[in-house]
Design a binder for this molecule. Structure first.
Ligand SMILES: [Fe+2]
Ligand SMILES: [Fe+2]
Length: 181
């Protein structure tokens, strides 16, 4: 199953994080396109997937990537701000966890979460990643550790188990090209 496939080739930490970003942006875009067409269960599954991907991604960044990057480059303000942005995203994820897909503000909450996340991703990729790339960090070794932790967390929260509930057409798009293998 692709989600549980071990990483055969070493993947750079930044490649892994960029692939995560691309995958979740694709899922948000799919939500916008399909929100009227899919039924409540499929919508719920799609949002659960989005939230699950974000929970795993923010966890590996906060546990492993940010601490070593913070040591390697001088960008404390960036990391403080990024941590606050993660907290805002987690608040919205928690709100979605309490909502039903037919709640009045459900779609708007997903939309705002998507906007926050896209803004945050742009900052990471445009401001942080170039500095990290130019640093002394061993991004191959870090990528391996991130990949292992990511697989463990995905198993822990049962992300792959959502597959059967996802709207048709979503999985190929969101898990195909964007995901590191
Ligand atoms: Fe982040
Ligand atoms: Fe990120």
């Amino acid at each position: 199953m692709p989600l549980r496939q071990p990483t055969e080739m070493p993947v750079s930490a930044l490649e892994l994080l960029r692939a995560d970003h691309a995958a979740v942006i694709e899922l948000f875009d799919q939500f916008e396109q399909m929100k009227q067409a899919v039924d409540a269960d499929e919508k719920d599954a799609l949002v659960a997937r989005i939230c699950g991907e974000l929970i795993v991604h923010t966890a590996i960044e906060e546990e492993m990537f940010y601490p070593v990057a913070r040591d390697a480059i001088s960008a404390d303000d960036f990391f403080d701000q990024a941590t606050v942005e993660h907290a805002s995203a987690k608040d919205l994820i928690a709100q979605l966890g309490e909502m039903e897909p037919d709640d009045e503000l459900y779609d708007a909450t997903v939309k705002v979460l998507g906007e926050y996340v896209k803004h945050h991703i742009a900052e990471e990729q445009n401001e942080l990643f170039p500095k990290v790339e130019a640093s002394r960090l061993d991004l191959g070794a870090l990528g391996q550790r991130l990949a292992e932790r990511k697989t463990a967390l995905m198993d822990e929260i049962g992300l792959a188990d959502l597959d059967d509930l996802m709207p048709k057409g979503i999985l190929g798009d969101a898990r195909g090209e964007a995901r590191p293998r």
